[in-house]
Write a protein that binds this ligand. Structure first.
Ligand code: BEZ
Length: 318
């Protein structure tokens, strides 16, 4: 068994056709067919049922496909990591989610450049889940997001918890009320904007259409922690759209406190009285390949926290 045979098997399975696999891989059809036959002979199992069109995986073939494709992705990650160990990128490539950009990110980058005037930084707007793939492929060196990840390749540093605030139209009856309770917001249309959902605990993930399944939409999850279900919700594509709808009087939403300057002429941001209604901010890197400038970035983050009197627990790259 060799890697060429495994790649041939994956291509045939993905395309469900020898001819399509030949045109996507640039390997001739007879060669692909020979590689697949040799692989099946080596492991003594028929992987692809050739009697159906389009081609189908056998039951054993499906198992083999799942495991081998994960393994091939890991091999690509390992290769890319090995290359970066021998020569890290000159610039520090930072992936971030939009909600951190509205907050302290510009100030942190300014602090980093003040400390290290020669540092080269590239910023990329990229969702939490895509950051994990981008770290593995080498597209970014550091990711900043609001979701925890349980990935063996990834090191995660919790930077801080940021309090959520309620965003209401200026004309709303609660617009001037401080320290609000979630229960008092239940009759409003809640505008949801997260594209990434909270991970399900493993055993429940496998259960199908379970009424008691945990709520993974982050804002609904916050309400659910207090046994509250908002009466009406609207889902939009991102945070900017959500705040535009609030400004237009279409509903309310919850946003991390650092967003409270966005559309401040039309939106009133009020604190919630619940101290644990917070959004975490994480810094992610690869576990085994840490860009030499990543600790400098962490130092700049802590410098900004100190200047602003933000509570945090100092951590280090080890
Ligand atoms: C923060 O608001 O804590 C933060 C924002 C951007 C990057 C890192 C931290």
């Amino acid at each position: 068994m060799d890697i060429k045979q495994l790649n041939a098997f994956i291509a045939i399975a993905d395309c469900q056709s020898f001819s399509l696999a030949a045109s996507t891989t640039g390997i001739s059809q007879p060669s692909l067919s020979r590689m697949l036959k040799q692989l099946e002979t080596d492991i003594g199992v028929e992987l692809i049922d050739r009697y159906h069109r389009p081609l189908q995986l056998t039951e054993s073939g499906r198992f083999f496909y799942d495991k081998i494709s994960a393994l091939l992705i890991e091999m690509t990650t390992i290769t890319s990591m090995t290359q970066r160990l021998s020569g890290p990128s000159k610039a520090l490539n930072i992936g971030f989610v939009p909600s951190v950009l509205y907050g302290l990110l510009p100030e942190i980058i300014a602090a980093l450049k003040r400390r290290y005037p020669d540092i080269e930084v590239n910023l990329k707007d990229i969702s939490s889940y895509q950051q994990i793939e981008a770290l593995k492929s080498g597209d970014i060196d550091v990711g900043m997001g609001r979701f925890a990840h349980q990935d063996p390749w990834i090191k995660q540093i919790l930077l801080r918890h940021e309090r959520y605030m309620v965003a209401l139209p200026k004309s709303h009856p609660l617009a001037d009320t401080r320290d609000q309770r979630l229960i008092d917001l239940v009759n409003n249309r809640l505008i949801l904007y997260h594209q990434t959902h909270l991970p399900l605990p493993a055993p429940i993930e496998q259960s199908v259409a379970d009424d008691s399944a945990p709520i993974t939409e982050p804002l609904l999850h916050l309400f659910a922690q207090y046994g509250i279900t908002p009466l009406m919700t609207t889902k939009v594509s991102d945070l900017q759209v959500a705040l535009s709808l609030v400004a237009a009087g279409e509903g309310i939403t919850l946003v991390p406190a650092s967003l409270q300057t966005v559309r401040a002429e039309q939106i009133s941001y009020q604190r919630l009285m619940h101290e644990n209604v917070t959004s975490p901010i994480y810094l992610h890197t690869l576990r085994d390949v840490v860009h030499p400038k990543a600790p400098d970035l962490l130092a700049a983050i802590y410098e900004v926290y100190e200047q602003r009197g933000i509570t945090y627990r100092r951590q280090q790259f080890v």
